[in-house]
Design a binder for this molecule. Structure first.
Ligand SMILES: NC(=O)c1ccc[n+]([C@@H]2O[C@H](COP(=O)([O-])OP(=O)(O)OC[C@H]3O[C@@H](n4cnc5c(N)ncnc54)[C@H](OP(=O)(O)O)[C@@H]3O)[C@@H](O)[C@H]2O)c1
Length: 275
């Protein structure tokens, strides 16, 4: 499917891998992407400033993409909780604009959703399980999924599990905290009772680029091969280089409920997905 590929949110964790990989593969005639607060540090593609708190139709009409991989989102559950109007506009209304454009122009669209549309009570979620979010972030993504599903056409919803790896545009993420602590042999406390099927961000980007070029539709789960807690992930990341005992088990979710700064809003206990 040669033509113009638009990756929304190319300065994000996933987007920063996608733009580089898409450019390096050279399969698309043009690769376009958007940024908002971060200046892009990768200059081999076409960049467009976009603030998704405003309607974005004009940018789509200008780029006229043949395929959109939509990663732009307000992704912090805490920020979504404290800025609900912005979160709704960015996560729901922007997705509606892109889905509407894609449906009208028969454009391929991949919408990146999240395992946090589930409540985490059951674990091992399949594509058939009904969403039941327990955070406002999850609410916005579940609503956006619904909007995309109603306009299906050539649209695909990909529910991604927690990603690990660096943001190549320099914004620190959860992974940096764990990596830096382990590298500097400093102690870090991680939850042992929240489970995800964590996946490497570069692998996720490669999968999305492959999916962009086929015609699969509906809902697809994308996760790593294993259900794992952040505590076990930290221990494994440290491997042989870590000082014994440097990764501490954080008190279980029940004990931590008062420590809101350390606990994401409505973090489900087991949001593992089958991929
Ligand atoms: N990372 C994960 O572990 C994970 C897990 C499951 C699902 N996902 C999904 O994967 C997608 C990408 O996640 P991510 O972690 O890569 O996100 P991220 O690192 O938080 O990046 C978000 C992107 O959205 C852009 N953005 C945010 N607010 C904006 C606004 N008002 N106007 C325009 N652009 C705005 C940011 O631009 P600036 O940086 O330039 O401001 C950035 O490019 C999301 O749909 C997310 O739900 C991610």
């Amino acid at each position: 499917m040669p033509g113009r590929l638009l990756i929304t949110g190319g300065t994000g964790t996933l987007g920063s891998h996608l733009v580089r990989m898409a450019e390096a593969e050279g399969r698309w005639d043009e690769v376009h992407s958007t940024y908002c607060t971060l200046n892009p540090n990768f200059h081999k593609i076409f960049w467009h400033y976009m603030d998704a708190r405003n309607p974005i139709g004009a940018i789509l009409e200008k780029i006229k993409p043949d395929c959109v991989i939509h990663t732009l989102a307000m992704t912090s559950p805490d920020e979504c909780e404290s800025k609900k109007l912005d979160a709704w506009q960015i996560n729901v209304e922007t997705t509606k604009d892109i889905a509407g454009y894609s449906h009208a122009h028969q454009t391929r669209m991949i919408f990146t959703s999240t395992d946090l549309v589930f409540d985490g009570e059951k674990g091992n979620y399949s594509e058939e399980d009904p969403p039941n979010p327990v955070s406002f972030y999850g609410d916005t993504k579940a609503e956006a999924e619904q909007i995309v599903a109603e306009r299906m056409g050539r649209l695909l919803i990909v529910r991604i599990s927690l990603l690990y790896g660096f943001n190549l545009n320099g914004r620190p993420v959860f992974f940096d905290q764990v990596y830096t602590a382990i590298k500097n042999k400093q102690p870090i406390a991680l939850f042992g009772d929240q489970f995800r099927t964590m996946m490497n961000v570069a692998n996720a980007a490669a999968c999305l680029l492959e999916l962009a070029e086929n015609e699969s539709t509906g809902i697809l789960h994308l996760g790593g091969p294993e259900r794992i807690s952040r505590f076990d992930f930290g221990k494994r990341l440290g491997g042989a280089h870590i000082l014994p005992g440097a990764v501490h088990l954080f008190p279980g979710r029940e004990q931590a409920l008062g420590m809101v700064e350390l606990l994401e809003h409505g973090a489900p206990l087991d949001a593992g997905v089958t991929a």
